[in-house]
Design a protein around this ligand. Sequence first.
Ligand SMILES: *[C@@H]1O[C@H](CO)[C@@H](O)[C@H](O)[C@H]1NC(C)=O
Ligand SMILES: *[C@@H]1O[C@H](CO)[C@@H](O)[C@H](O)[C@H]1NC(C)=O
Ligand SMILES: *[C@@H]1O[C@H](CO)[C@@H](O)[C@H](O)[C@H]1NC(C)=O
Ligand SMILES: *[C@@H]1O[C@H](CO)[C@@H](O)[C@H](O)[C@H]1NC(C)=O
Ligand SMILES: *[C@@H]1O[C@H](CO)[C@@H](O)[C@H](O)[C@H]1NC(C)=O
Ligand SMILES: *[C@@H]1O[C@H](CO)[C@@H](O)[C@H](O)[C@H]1NC(C)=O
Length: 527
Amino acid sequence: MLSLTWLACALVPLAPLVVARPPVGLLAPPKQPPFGFEGSQAAARLATAPPVPNFFDQLLDHSNPSFGTFPQRFWFYDGYYEEGGPIVLFNAGEEDASGYTGYLQNGTIVGSIAYATGGATIVLEHRYWGASIPFADYSTANMKYFTIENSVQDFAYFAQNVVLPFSNGTNTTMAPPNVPWIVTGGSYPGALAAYVKQTFPDLFYAAYASSAPVQAISDFYGYFIPVANGAPQNCSTDMKAVITHWDSVMSNGTKEEQLELMSVFGLQNVTHSVDAASALQTVPWSWQNLGPAVGAHQEFFDFCDTLEVKDGVAAGPEGYGLEYALAQWGAWQLATNQQSCGDAFAGDSCWGTFDPDASFYTNVDPSNTYRPWMWLICTDLGFWQNGDPTAPSIVSKQVTVEYWERQCPLWFPAEDGVSVPQLAPVAHVNKLYDGWNINQDHLLFVNGEFDPWRSGSVSSELPSAPKRQSTPQQPILLVKTGVHCWDMITSTAQANPNTRVVFDQVVAQMVEWMKEWNMVPARPPQN
Ligand SMILES: *[C@@H]1O[C@H](CO)[C@@H](O)[C@H](O)[C@H]1NC(C)=O
Ligand SMILES: *[C@@H]1O[C@H](CO)[C@@H](O)[C@H](O)[C@H]1NC(C)=O
Ligand SMILES: *[C@@H]1O[C@H](CO)[C@@H](O)[C@H](O)[C@H]1NC(C)=O
Ligand SMILES: *[C@@H]1O[C@H](CO)[C@@H](O)[C@H](O)[C@H]1NC(C)=O
Ligand SMILES: *[C@@H]1O[C@H](CO)[C@@H](O)[C@H](O)[C@H]1NC(C)=O
Ligand SMILES: *[C@@H]1O[C@H](CO)[C@@H](O)[C@H](O)[C@H]1NC(C)=O
């Protein structure tokens, strides 16, 4: 959930030379809470036992089964299961899934669906992460089988073939469509859940997709529109003033004026001003980390207080203006440079993207977990988070699709005939899965009013997006004032009135659909 900028850099503040700057915000759902068995009798017995990982022989390439299999990791929990209940499948997305086993239980919305419907839960690790990496490293040639199509097909092959280890000692398949499967996910895995439901409507009886950017978008400046809308008005007004000034100086100023402006932010040692412009995305990206129950004193709001509170007096909606905002944002960035890079005047070693020998480009070790995500966006999804070329923005117009796409071949130099395309072919993905026009019965969407990813979702307000209506068959729920994946963790969702309403609606809807299932006679096996 943290943008990688912050996560990666904050963890290694004293090693500026190895700092990998995150190209774009990560799309993983929240991890907490940890797996725990509070409550029931069984709970007490199992309290100390962490969930046991299982491995499934997944096809490496679904269009060429003869290429063999790789082990895909999953965790299974039947503590809520009742005969005839659904199998609730959760995919953790672009990370090692071992931090997500809490999703097996009712501390999350996924476990709560199972709890309410007598379901069993599965956390499935995404191919190419954690213990589900088919190869020893992430060299370009090894990335060949990481496509969105293979990732979607993984769900169907898994559901049809996995042998589930029930706690009564029986190992058995629970293959759809005779057993109801509910596919779930948040963020990128939310989009995957929708793609899976769209591709295999008969195998997956229902789906829940939270904060799901289903429409792949190359020039994704729309990411920052909900941020500017959700931020205090004075703060976004002043941020836009600073960025407009930045863009004006960078395109029309003298070299001296440009260096002087960069030095306000401690970025005068950065060779390419576009890298400095991208360093200023740190604050806008941090919006995505806002949680439903944390309140003030989160990074983004602290930043706004720095710009908008002077001698204890808050600015009106018009803000304190360019001069003050520039000085304050500059000081904030100096502190960010210090914290993220170990140097208040950090240069290319922290913010540069032009050196092909930078370690984040060349490190193919599986510990470089950003790498497969980069592969996915370079080869399929795009989602480049840019300045808005059409209107004043809180992100510089210097940051463009070309800025990011230039990096793709640096991450993945061609190898054994495998390479990245010139431009992520997002139209292909949207054609395969219907993007904004996904239409399936028993597919439930939840989005946050101020979620940056809303712009790629079925609740998008971008001018090019269709205005989708919620229907009883395909409900589209919106968390008022919500940000990213706010409905997924039970305790924080329940603590926020707007989120609680939606959380309860999701669970009630799944209960309703399971009642419908039980009225339907047994389905004929599908071949
Ligand atoms: C979660 O499940 C436990 C049993 O494991 C139960 O005691 C508890 O009431 C459930 N919590 C909610 C909020 O449903
Ligand atoms: C164990 O549980 C599974 C799932 O409910 C069931 O199919 C199986 O028959 C049970 N086995 C025994 C030995 O009770
Ligand atoms: C079920 O599978 C587990 C793990 O493979 C194995 O240890 C166990 O013996 C199996 N149980 C039965 C009844 O076959
Ligand atoms: C102005 O900024 C302060 C501090 O961030 C914020 O609390 C307040 O809501 C803002 N007011 C307006 C009208 O934008
Ligand atoms: C640069 O100057 C030109 C000519 O005055 C103007 O049209 C353009 O908008 C300026 N660019 C920026 C980003 O301010
Ligand atoms: C970066 O900039 C600061 C301030 O101008 C300067 O003192 C320092 O030597 C520079 N560092 C590098 C590595 O160029």
